[in-house]
Design a protein around this ligand. Structure first.
Ligand code: HAM
Length: 434
């Protein structure tokens, strides 16, 4: 086949190769363990949903819905979209399955999300998130709990230089009054804004606060702060959260310009931002969304949640943390390597592999044709500590050779002969003695 005809992965969509998958598993297991310790239960929702689910919850004017969704018509003519995030799906599933009736829920999820963004380091078109969503609490204690979950995860992973930023967007009335004040201020400075920000003046002025353009950021320096517009209850709630975080020793920065790219938030919003990661520095983001459940047809239920981007998190860990990589990469692929020559021996080797694996011993079997010498070479290259050898003679007599492969024992270790019936005992004793 011509090289240019070779089929490639879609731009912005990555393979995770075996060299990296142990790191992924390590991060996923760490998150799952900590979430379970805090009493969160996993929910799994489909990757494809009705387009309306996202336009009604995330907001038509957001970049995610207006420009980035993978939307298509299915064979029935229904408009479907690949999920760009997990929160709306959790709410849909919760309403549909009655999870919000007289119940509180602590849920978590993991999975692929899709956004048609311009790919660059840390920004992909298919990416993975681990997220958690809590339903039924309007108080800031649940917010402190969830931020504590994230803090624990980052601590356990050894993530450094990643800081929490928080803000409050207040209630509907707060945002209405703030929007007017911000519009007043920015309209006077319209000539100093870029075209994107000018367009947002009429669609969603709060999103201008999030502009990456330095000139726009300079204009925003003297803009009014949303924190001066909070209602009494929003301000009280935000203050209470801050004092919980102080108690917990979780450091944070108050960033009154943190507005998030999705429209469903009220009151507390937050992001964990990495110092060294350039433009795509947000590792994790989330906040409170008290009206989404009702907006999607459910009973009024407050929501609070987060999602972290696994590609970004793992990339930062690789760049930062030699100790994490060491502990992950030392993972062994095999305790035992089985060498066998001849059909009868191969059949016995398969059976021994089955017995050992059923007893939690990792076994690599030499498959294919190969001389005893070549198989030994392969065994030496593997990370197994023990070799089992079944040649034609051993196969006939129901025995096997057993030999240590570890570097320090290689010279001194001689091959012993054991009965195949005793293999499990012999292997476990030998492995325990190392
Ligand atoms: P988000 O801020 O859009 O929030 O995404 C959360 C995280 O996903 C980001 O901080 C980033 O690490 C990662 N992420 C987002 N887009 C990309 C991309 N194109 N490539 C790689 N990583 C990306 C949400 O998705 C909300 N659902 C969070 C939430 C949960 N709010 C309440 N509950």
């Amino acid at each position: 086949m011509n090289k240019k005809d070779q089929i490639k992965a879609i731009r912005g969509m990555n393979d995770v190769l075996p060299a990296d998958s142990s790191m992924w598993l390590y991060v996923e297991d760490t998150c799952a363990k900590i979430l379970a310790l805090y009493g969160y239960r996993q929910i799994r929702t489909p990757i494809i949903e009705s387009t309306q689910l996202f336009s009604r919850s995330i907001g038509d004017e957001t970049d995610v819905v207006a420009k980035e969704m993978y939307t298509f018509e299915d064979r029935n003519g229904d408009s479907l979209s690949l999920r760009p995030e997990g929160t709306a799906s959790c709410v849909r599933a919760g309403i549909e399955n009655g999870l919000f009736y007289n119940q509180q829920q602590r849920l978590w999820y993991i999975g692929e999300m899709f956004r048609h963004e311009r790919p660059q380091k840390g920004r992909y078109r298919q990416f993975n998130q681990i997220g958690a969503e809590c339903y039924g609490w309007s108080t800031p204690d649940i917010e402190a709990e969830l931020l504590s979950v994230i803090d624990q995860i980052f601590k356990e992973l050894g993530l450094k230089k990643t800081h929490l930023q928080i803000n409050s967007l207040g209630d509907v009335d707060t945002r209405k009054r703030y929007r007017e004040a911000l519009l007043d201020y920015l309209t006077q400075k319209q000539d100093q804004l870029d075209s994107d920000s000018v367009r947002r003046l009429s669609t969603n002025p709060l999103r201008i606060l999030d502009s990456k353009n330095n000139d726009v950021q300079a204009v925003l320096k003297d803009a009014p702060s949303i924190l001066d517009f909070l209602s009494e209850s929003s301000a009280n709630s935000f203050n209470q959260l801050k004092s919980y975080l102080d108690e917990l020793g979780i450091t944070y920065q108050i960033n009154p310009r943190l507005v998030r790219g999705l429209d469903y938030y009220n009151d507390t919003v937050f992001e964990w931002v990495n110092e060294d990661f350039g433009a795509q520095s947000a590792v994790c983001g989330g906040g409170r969304y008290d009206s989404m459940v009702e907006q999607l047809g459910g009973v009024e239920t407050p929501g609070f949640g987060f999602a972290m981007g696994l590609e970004r998190l793992i990339q930062i860990l690789y760049e930062q943390s030699a100790s994490v990589i060491d502990s992950v990469e030392k993972e062994q692929l095999a305790d035992v390597f089985i060498i066998s020559v001849g059909e009868k021996a191969r059949c016995q080797a398969l059976l021994i592999q089955q017995i050992l694996v059923a007893n939690d011993v990792q076994v690599q079997l030499y498959c294919g044709t190969g001389s005893m010498k070549n198989q030994f070479k392969r065994a030496d290259k593997s990370d197994a500590s023990v070799a089992l050898i079944i040649g034609e003679e051993e196969a006939e007599s129901g025995t096997a050779g057993i030999k240590l492969l570890t570097a320090q024992n290689k010279q001194t270790s001689t091959q012993q002969t054991i009965l195949q019936n005793d293999v499990l005992n012999a292997v476990t004793n030998l492995l325990e003695s190392l």
